[in-house]
Design a protein around this ligand. Structure first.
Ligand code: PHE
Length: 366
């Protein structure tokens, strides 16, 4: 009798004190487990007389049931306390303001200009600029296109109604080439510049907009030849498209300001309906596409730049920045570049902190 009372008191006290589920389980094993004290008590029934057994058996059963009930109740209490604690630690304050969504992004044209500046800076080129409202002399005459030159007509020039004080007609520059003249006159030689910027021509369809972007390159030094031009363009295009398998094809062409003049094609193939630069245009499934105009700077242009063409030679190139962006990042309509549609900007824009670097890769996925 005393046995069961003290055992019950001990068990209930321990169960009440148990503050973890682990400790409670240890107590369960110690009392009700196969080798537990209550189980041991049950085993003594076998050695009792039938009268003793029916009396003790009833007592032991009550003991066992009370301990089991106490264990179960304590378990429920401990489990719900654990759940409460977990919920409290994971509480979200839904009244806090949402984290600020990033708004605004870098336009692909700006991004590509940054990429180009990064690539050419590595080859020792500085960035030069010139005015978008240009005079006739810098845009045409000094680039070996005198007034009657037929190439002038091909530029679909926007002219201003009035001339400047010196009687020169004013226009929106039709290309970045006048920066060649301005840089030579200002800096002299040797010279290594790129000139990215806006240019204007009266033209508009899916691949032409009245305003677009070009980048000009100019190197003036001694003993410069076509080999330097080819190496520079190849190095630039490989870095820009981030591929080693870029193949160039130089085709004889004509620009008034270069002699000889070369148009540069790159090989490409179609993948999922878009042009992917790489490989030779003569390879199976490939074709050529023109990407650049270039050539050795015409002697007359070097003279207009105030330099002696017997002493200084150079090469120049020009290409469309928007087109480079379309080729690299896969847009198909140039007009969308200038619509200011936020959905387009969200899709094709670049995060402001994704600055192009040569070590990190100039292009970041759009
Ligand atoms: N200015 C030329 C154009 O707009 C491109 C060019 C630049 C060609 C420099 C040769 C040298 O088409």
């Amino acid at each position: 009798m005393a046995d069961t009372d003290s055992l019950l008191a001990e068990a209930l006290a321990k169960i009440a004190e148990a503050d973890t589920l682990d400790l409670l389980e240890q107590h369960r094993v110690a009392f009700l487990g196969k080798k537990g004290s209550i189980s041991a008590l049950m085993k003594t029934l076998g050695g009792m007389s039938p009268e003793e057994r029916s009396e003790a058996g009833a007592r032991f059963n009550v003991l066992r049931t009370e301990v089991a009930d106490a264990l179960a109740a304590r378990k429920v209490a401990l489990e719900s306390a654990a759940l409460e604690a977990k919920l409290a630690s994971e509480t979200l304050d839904l009244s806090l303001p949402a984290p600020e969504a990033s708004t605004g992004s870098v336009h692909p044209v700006s991004q590509v200009m940054d990429e180009l500046a990064e690539i050419f800076a590595d080859m020792g080129f500085a960035v030069a600029t010139g005015p978008e409202i240009e005079d006739d002399w810098h845009n045409f005459t000094a680039l070996n296109m005198p007034e009657s030159h037929p190439a002038r007509a091909m530029h679909d020039t926007f002219y201003f109604p009035d001339s400047d004080e010196q009687g020169r007609s004013m226009l929106l520059r039709t290309h970045t080439s006048p920066v060649q003249i301005r840089s030579m006159l200002k800096e002299g030689a040797p010279l290594r510049i790129i000139a990215p910027g806006r240019v204007y021509r009266s033209d508009s369809d899916a691949t032409h907009t009245p305003m677009f972007h070009q980048i000009e390159g100019l190197v003036i030094d001694k003993g410069i030849h076509l080999g330097h031009l080819k190496w520079t363009l190849e190095t630039f295009l490989k870095a820009f498209f981030e591929r080693d398998d870029i193949v160039l094809r130089l085709r004889p062409s004509y620009f008034p300001f270069t002699e000889p003049s070369v148009e540069v094609d790159v090989g490409y193939s179609m993948e999922k309906g878009r042009r992917v630069v790489g490989g030779s245009g003569d390879d199976e499934g490939h074709a050529w596409m023109e990407v650049l105009g270039s050539g050795m700077v015409n002697r007359k242009v070097i003279e207009f730049g105030g330099l002696d063409p017997d002493e200084w030679q150079g090469f120049a190139f020009g290409t469309g920045v928007d087109r480079l962006a379309m080729l690299k990042y896969g847009m198909d309509d140039l007009r969308a570049f200038f619509d200011g549609d936020l959905r387009w900007m969200k899709h094709y824009g670049f995060a402001a902190l994704d600055v192009p670097t040569l070590s990190g890769g100039v292009g970041v996925s759009a």
